[in-house]
Design a protein around this ligand. Structure first.
Ligand code: ZN
Length: 313
């Protein structure tokens, strides 16, 4: 017994004990880093994507259902194509969702959000217009959350903060489907009833790093995000003023080490299942790639296929 106590006292004071303590600290630091170390991104088409760590999956702008141009004709109506949504969610391996965020209430951002929330769980976060899309399709108050500029929501290890980044006109000074959705919007309904509402970009922080989802392909003069530094930039390139503007006013000041362009595939056609991405008319992806190469060569640009996993943090 005395020998055992003597041995314990020796181990406690010995260099061996100090070494073990250091090893223990190193192990706990390693495990706490590795517990948060992996955030993956998967593109869901247009500006839709999933972000996941080992606990949580968040979805942004689920619009897997594509609205062909003829569905914008008078008397045509639209609704979520749940077979198509199920196919892609299954392909991406999405089993449950803890939060769905929508940047504005046009069909190419919001159309599948109510279905995704009903099927995979979590809440729908967005403007009052986005909330009215959810309520119109049977979500109840506890499944929707109206968001405000600068207010944060913590879901698992993610913290999501929306910032107002106003939608740009579609051509000249004309903004299609302008205004707000003032009351619950049941479907099927005309695509023209999806009024834009407020538009938000999202700053997403995680113990492993920071991501900015720039939801609009333009940077305004009173840019609320001009001093925001991030690790990864998810960058809408549709309807941009110029590639230079996005690179010089958003990408380079953000100090991002990785950029993933969004909203350049043709959202008037069904998502192709053969891994080919059809570009939307006039988006000029090659020109954007060329400018990235000239002005931001040090930033890693990723162009994943639908559902392809990209390790972002
Ligand atoms: Zn829009």
């Amino acid at each position: 017994m005395r020998a055992q106590i003597g041995l314990l006292t020796y181990l406690n004071k010995s260099p061996y004990n100090g070494f073990m303590k250091i090893l223990g600290i190193m192990a706990s630091v390693f495990f706490s880093i590795s517990a948060h170390s992996k955030v993956t991104y998967q593109w869901l088409g247009t500006s839709g994507f999933a972000l996941s760590d080992d606990r949580t999956t968040l979805i942004f702008d689920p619009a897997i259902t594509r609205i062909p141009l003829y569905d914008f004709l008078p008397f045509r109506t639209v609704k979520s194509d749940t077979t198509e949504v199920d196919f892609w969610m299954n392909k991406c391996g999405v089993k449950s969702i803890q939060g769905t965020f929508v940047n504005h209430a046009h069909t190419d951002h919001v159309i599948d959000a109510p279905y995704v929330v009903k099927k995979f769980g979590g809440k729908l976060y967005g403007s009052s217009s986005v909330v009215n899309v959810g309520l119109g399709q049977g979500l109840i108050q506890s499944q929707v959350q109206k968001i405000k500029h600068g207010e944060s929501w913590k879901i698992g290890n993610f913290t999501i903060t929306p910032y107002n980044t106003p939608h740009a006109p579609h051509f000249l000074d004309i903004m299609l489907m302008d205004g707000h959705i003032e009351k619950p919007l049941p479907t099927p309904t005309s695509a023209w009833n999806y009024h834009v509402g407020e538009t938000h970009s999202f700053l997403i922080t995680h113990p492993s790093g920071t991501i900015l989802f720039q939801a609009i392909g333009r940077v305004n003069d009173n840019d609320v995000l001009k001093n925001t530094k991030v690790d990864v930039l998810l960058l809408t390139i549709a309807n941009r003023v110029s590639s230079e503007q996005l690179i010089q006013k958003r990408l380079l000041p953000s100090k991002a080490k990785m950029v993933i362009p969004l909203h350049y595939d043709n959202f008037f056609f069904t998502m192709r299942r053969d891994q080919i991405i059809d570009e939307v008319w006039g988006v000029k992806v090659d020109e954007f790639k060329e400018k990235l190469n000239l002005q931001a060569k040090h930033v890693k640009a990723q162009w994943p296929k639908y559902c392809e996993q990209v390790s972002v943090l």
